[in-house]
Design a protein around this ligand. Structure first.
Ligand SMILES: [Ca+2]
Ligand SMILES: [Ca+2]
Length: 167
């Protein structure tokens, strides 16, 4: 059993290494972008909670933007791959309206990445945060609070440590 496990791990490691910066997990690929590992579900559309559960099933969480460098790296990647659209992040203000936090680590969202006029809690029903949002007349996508039951794509982020464990 142990030998089989080791062989399987070595096999996955081999496959992963042939894919360059992509890391295999059981459901797809985590791609290294900057210092992070991400699963970009650009062909899946679902509510925020479902998206979070999908990420958890893969040993990851919805994306948390820790630094402005991470923010730029993700947006540049989406733009280069021509898959720029709205994606759920881990950000929300479900615990206390108006106080947006990254749900994966509980830290407040302090980066200046909100679209102009956001978060606006439009019609008092927007508590989950998406990236890739364009405000009117804006050509740079930014962060927006939307209704948590909105059906959009999502990005999962695995910690580097966990990404190593996946392979
Ligand atoms: Ca992150
Ligand atoms: Ca909004």
């Amino acid at each position: 059993m142990f030998v089989k496990c080791v062989q399987f791990t070595l096999f996955l490691g081999l496959v992963a290494s042939t894919l360059g910066n992509a890391v295999l997990n059981r459901d797809g690929l985590f791609t290294q972008i900057g210092n992070g590992y991400y699963y970009i579900a650009h062909e899946n559309y679902t509510k925020w909670f479902n998206a979070y559960e999908d990420c958890r099933r893969m040993g990851s969480e919805l994306i948390t933007i820790d630094t402005i460098e991470e923010w730029h790296a993700i947006n540049k990647y989406l733009n280069n791959m021509n898959i720029m659209k709205s994606y759920w992040t881990s950000g929300n203000d479900l615990a206390e309206t108006g106080k947006h936090v990254w749900f994966s680590n509980g830290e407040p969202i302090t980066l200046d990445i909100w679209a102009p006029g956001q978060p606006d809690n439009y019609q008092n029903r927007e508590h989950c945060d998406m990236l890739g949002w364009y405000s009117k007349g804006q050509d740079i996508p930014q962060l927006n609070d939307g209704g948590c039951d909105g059906i959009i794509s999502y990005i999962c982020e695995a910690s580097s440590l966990h990404a190593q464990q996946i392979i």
